[in-house]
Design a protein around this ligand. Structure first.
Ligand SMILES: [Zn+2]
Ligand SMILES: [Zn+2]
Length: 742
């Protein structure tokens, strides 16, 4: 090989090598965007062709030169487009930083490739036209780059833009004195009436610093608060009435307790925000005129699993009654819920494979793809399976915890039975809910006479979500419909969001055939617990949608592991969900404001505005995919914020920290801000931006964020993963995870 040929070889081999290195670099460290891949492949291929033609096949140098020219032209056009896109991005589209960052990924390799081409050899080989094109493209590219660097990461935005919400003092005339009132219940009162009277007496004593006493007495109608039970409001309803000089609070089994809390909330502005944070304002024993009110909650079963879930006072004050996360004492009305496990029971509680699979493999699901029985679901048309399940369910009812609902629910996988008979039924019914519902109905029918109050619960979940064509649930069957596939940037009833429209159709289908429709809803990001999840705009709309479609019970599943990772708005979300479960028509934003004020202190309005900002932009990605419950923070940027909005959001948090009343509130603000910093880190914006001066501050920002997670006691990353320090700080925080136990 001649020296000349080696010289020829050099640029051509450098170019693909460089492209390869850049792809590798971006893939690993810079959140590689797949759109760079076709470009790298095209560039590498052309370079290799040029190499092949000019070196390996003598006499084809002309073709090699042609390839090289096309290659150079391609680079020039790409450079012009990129330069323009950065200019447009920065200047016209309000500097939408994440988009600009994506564009920046192309700039460095392009610049480097052009420089290599120009420096080493081919300049002389190019035509004048090509040279001119390359020169222009370099200038445009350089302009775009300079402008990009010139705009600071944190654009100082005058926080004066912030307009605080006018706090209109609610002028309620308090002209009714309850000073000296006795709190009474009649002879033979039940434990919940006595407890409700006690709650009133204790809290009124605390408010007024006078002594209110609860006791049994015959009503006189004079200066008393009478607590009594009534049969006409179900077990959850209550009624508050003014009767002459006295007040009557009455309700069902636990409704009378709810009535007492409602009275304190409405007339004395008392709130039970979390297990540890209650607000009991001090003041005289004066209230506004009592206006008669009556309320029966639309949901008989109300379950929520966030941080304060186990606290009985929080649960009673906010109306939670499910039994999965709390044991309510009888005097607070006890619980209403599940006998045994409340989900995935068919093989985890009842027909356990370790007990039955060896002896009865034909009880389990036949899978076509594996051509064998798998112990992951049951064969629901096998009569022996039904017979054994009836035995198991009867045992549960006989020896279980006495709760009315027995759950007969599929396991958490898609391995439903595909044997000939199961397949036939499912095809006939147009859904795997066909075999499931026939199976569950048969159990419900068998037990109904011996256990008239019992309910058999099953899922409409994943493959059983669509209602069957013919089969209808029996009156003692609960169908629990799960929204796992849905978008939570848009309300479930929003027909413009495709995934939600499908769910809404299934919900309407079930509500037409089921008298006991329950919902298992999802309210957090299970793959990224520590990232902001902007679903505050849908919580109320969804709960109203359920209530409006005959739903009788809701489990609002949230971050049930928040004890290990409460960096997002776990407490706020828990409170709002409890309130909405009780009454979907509450004044949602007033409830939120009240919580924020109590939890974050003086700077609460700034956090309120932050929530408004992320809520307003949720689901604004175009074309819209979905904001699912496993969404990566980088997907469609999740929050859809411009650089200006990002910088502004930073100032909102700064303000909230500055104005927090005390250490506890400041701690609350700082902890919630972690989820915002996590999102920024994942999206390489603000202090995590790689392209801003001083250089290389993003690794330090990442390390600081990780250390703060640890300092705030956060040890969990997601439902499946624990928080784990990375080997270096160049990556984004979405990689700080290690396999962990649930
Ligand atoms: Zn089968
Ligand atoms: Zn959507």
């Amino acid at each position: 090989m001649k020296k000349q040929q080696i010289q020829n070889l050099l640029p051509f081999s450098l170019a693909p090598a460089f492209a390869g290195v850049m792809v590798w670099y971006y893939d690993i460290y810079v959140n590689w965007n797949s759109s760079i891949f076709p470009f790298a492949v095209a560039a590498s291929s052309l370079a290799f062709l040029a190499l092949a033609f000019s070196v390996i096949w003598p006499g084809k140098e002309k073709l090699g030169k042609k390839c090289l020219q096309i290659f150079a032209l391609l680079l020039s056009y790409a450079a012009v487009l990129l330069g323009l896109s950065i200019l447009i991005n920065n200047v016209i589209y309000d500097n939408k930083r994440p988009g600009a960052s994506v564009a920046m990924r192309f700039v460095l390799p392009l610049l480097a490739l052009l420089v290599i081409l120009l420096l080493i050899k081919p300049w002389r080989a190019l035509s004048r036209k090509t040279k001119r094109g390359m020169a222009i493209s370099l200038v445009v590219l350089a302009c775009g780059f300079v402008l990009f660097m010139a705009i600071p990461a944190n654009i100082p935005i005058n926080a004066g833009e912030f307009v605080s919400k006018p706090e209109v003092p609610v002028e309620v005339e308090k002209n009714f004195s309850i000073e000296g009132f006795s709190i009474i219940y009649g002879p033979g009162a039940g434990v919940t009436e006595i407890a409700a009277a006690g709650i009133l007496a204790d809290t009124l004593s605390e408010i007024t610093e006078d002594e209110f006493i609860a006791g049994e007495a015959a009503p006189t109608g004079l200066k008393e608060i009478l607590v009594r039970s009534t049969a006409d409001l179900g077990s959850n309803g209550y009624r508050i009435m003014a009767r002459g000089e006295s007040i009557v609070i009455e309700g069902g089994q636990r409704g009378v307790v709810y009535g007492a809390y409602r009275f304190l909330e409405k007339y004395f502005d008392c709130h039970w925000y979390t297990a540890d944070l209650r607000v009991i304002p001090r003041g005289p024993a004066m209230i506004a005129q009592v206006v008669d009110e009556q309320f029966i909650p639309p949901f008989e079963y109300r379950e929520m699993d966030m941080l304060s879930r186990a606290d009985v006072t929080f649960s009673a004050a906010n109306g939670l009654n499910g039994n999965n996360y709390r044991t309510m004492p009888e005097e607070l009305g006890g619980t209403f819920g599940y006998n045994g496990l409340f989900c995935h029971t068919i093989i985890n509680l009842f027909l356990r494979p370790d007990e039955f699979f060896d002896r009865h493999p034909d009880w389990y699901a036949w899978r076509e793809d594996r051509n064998e029985r798998v112990p992951r679901q049951l064969c629901l048309t096998n009569p022996e399976v039904l017979a054994q399940m009836i035995v198991e369910v009867r045992n549960q009812l006989e020896y279980g915890n006495g709760q009315p609902i027995v759950s007969v629910t599929q396991d958490d996988n898609e391995d439903f039975c595909q044997c000939a008979e199961c397949k036939r039924v499912d095809e006939e019914e147009g859904s795997q809910a066909g075999t499931m519902l026939r199976f569950v109905n048969a159990i419900a029918d068998d037990i109904k006479d011996d256990y008239p109050d019992a309910l058999i619960d099953t899922f409409a979940y994943m493959y059983t979500r669509r209602p069957p064509k013919y089969m209808k649930p029996l009156p003692n069957v609960i169908v629990r419909l799960c929204s796992v596939e849905c978008c939570f940037a848009h309300p479930l009833g929003d027909s413009d969001c495709a995934v939600n429209a499908e769910f809404a159709a299934d919900l309407k289908g079930w509500s037409e055939i089921s008298g006991n429709l329950y919902i298992w809803d999802y309210t957090t990001n299970y793959a990224f617990y520590n990232c902001v999840f902007p679903n505050f705009g849908v919580l109320q709309a969804n709960m109203r949608f359920f209530a409006g479609h005959n739903v009788r019970g809701v489990y609002a599943q949230g971050n049930y592991q928040a004890a290990e990772c409460d960096s997002e708005f776990a407490e706020l979300r828990g409170y709002l969900l409890a309130r909405l479960l009780w009454n979907p028509d509450i004044d949602y934003y007033a409830e939120m404001d009240g919580f924020l004020r109590a939890w974050y202190g003086g700077g609460w309005q700034y956090i309120c505005e932050f929530i408004d900002l992320i809520t307003a932009n949720a689901g604004a990605d175009k074309p819209h995919n979905k904001m699912g419950i496993y969404i990566n923070p980088r997907e469609n940027d999740l929050l859809n914020l411009t650089a200006k909005q990002i910088a502004y959001a930073d100032t909102l948090w700064e303000k909230a920290i500055e104005l927090a009343d005390d250490e506890t509130r400041e701690h609350n603000v700082l902890r919630s801000r972690l989820s915002w910093r996590f999102w920024k880190g994942c999206n390489r914006v603000a202090e995590f931006d790689r392209w801003k001066l001083p250089p290389f501050r993003w690794p330090a920002a990442s390390e600081q964020l990780y250390n703060d997670f640890i300092a705030f006691g956060i040890t969990r990353f997601s439902e499946e993963f624990m928080l784990e320090p990375p080997t270096h700080w160049w990556g984004t925080p979405d990689s700080w995870r290690a396999w962990g136990k649930r």
